[in-house]
Design a protein around this ligand. Structure first.
Ligand code: PMP
Length: 320
């Protein structure tokens, strides 16, 4: 689906018209994948537009940059504010997807680039609907286990959300789509289930929830963390442990989480129906809790909703 453009992009400290946020073809990141980025959703809630875990996402951006010694020349609070600005100035208060990116820009070539050169930083935002297709949230999606494995731990670090990592994800999704599936899941090099191309994965069996640990070559997803806390609040046990491929076939329920995918049920894996081949009851319950954060039916005890417009209305608990 083509990108739905908006008016402005925050580029290097100021808002510029969408078409003018361009970079040189010899930018380092274009050649070597040396970018780090984030994806954040803005939801329209009864108390106004909210960035979901906006600050946590931006913290992860700095962590990704740190792993690669990429210097972000702006403070965290400046970039958080810039995200809010981009949404406001583009009039996206009904919901949006924010995409901040920091990358090694134009200046020096060679694999390592110049680690002293400050990164180029941009933040765009646009309207973005359901990632895995219409109806995915209710009906669930059909996925396959990819023939491509996730990056091994001592090769490319999975905890960094870096541009280069997504060549691996692209291979997984391209293969899945070519074979008629909505998404592909990857095993790690030890043979255990890792994650979807752009989503974390959860399996439910006998009332307990299982998800691969962070050492399973996954991105430590904020939606994953959110769902773990919502499940625990609902009294459902969550175990972070290695998951063998065949557990996907005999699980009662499977679902994927991610900022783009939100909380999407999986109805089949490799054409084997998961449970009854439709969204299961625990998945539905967790979806209700998750989306309840945005319609006000789930209390935000954690301060995850960060107002886009009125900073004073922040729900994050204030220090006294
Ligand atoms: N894994 C990968 C590889 C991803 O790209 C994403 C999306 N950022 C996720 C998991 C989910 O992370 P989050 O919930 O923070 O969006």
């Amino acid at each position: 689906m083509p990108l739905k453009t908006s008016k402005y992009i925050w580029h290097e400290g100021k808002l510029v018209p969408w078409e003018q946020a361009t970079v040189h073809v010899l930018s380092h990141a274009l050649h070597y994948g040396s970018s780090v980025f984030e994806g954040i959703r803005v939801y329209k809630t009864p108390t106004g537009a909210m960035g979901f875990r906006l600050t946590d996402h931006m913290r992860r951006l700095y962590h990704s940059a740190k792993i690669y010694r990429i210097k972000i020349p702006f403070a965290l609070d400046v970039l958080v504010e810039a995200c809010r600005d981009v949404v406001r100035e583009n009039g996206l208060l009904n919901g949006a997807y924010i995409r901040p990116i920091a990358f090694r820009g134009y200046g020096e070539m060679g694999v390592a680039g110049n680690i002293d050169q400050p990164a180029t930083v941009s933040i765009a935002a646009w309207e973005w609907g359901s990632y895995l297709g219409e109806g995915a949230l209710e009906q669930g999606v059909d996925v396959c286990v990819s023939s491509w494995q996730r990056v091994a731990p001592n090769t490319v670090p999975a905890l960094a959300k870096a541009g280069g990592n997504y060549l691996s994800s692209a291979l997984v999704t391209l293969e899945a789509r070519r074979l008629g599936f909505a998404e592909g899941l990857a095993l790690n090099t030890a043979g255990f289930v890792s994650e979807g191309a752009g989503e974390n994965l959860f399996v439910i069996q006998n009332g307990k929830i299982y998800t691969p640990p962070v050492a399973s070559s996954i991105l430590s997803g904020l939606t994953r963390n959110t769902v773990i806390q919502l499940a625990e609040q609902a009294g459902i046990e969550v175990l972070e442990q290695n998951i063998p491929r065949e557990l996907l076939y005999i699980a009662d329920e499977v679902f994927l989480t991610g900022t783009a995918a939100e909380l999407t049920p999986v109805r089949s894996v490799d054409k084997i129906p998961v449970g009854e081949g439709k969204r299961g009851p625990i998945t539905e319950k967790l979806q209700k809790q998750f989306f309840g954060l945005f319609d006000g039916t789930t209390a935000d005890r954690w301060g995850w909703l960060e107002p886009i417009v009125d900073q004073k209305a922040r729900t994050r608990p204030m220090a006294v």
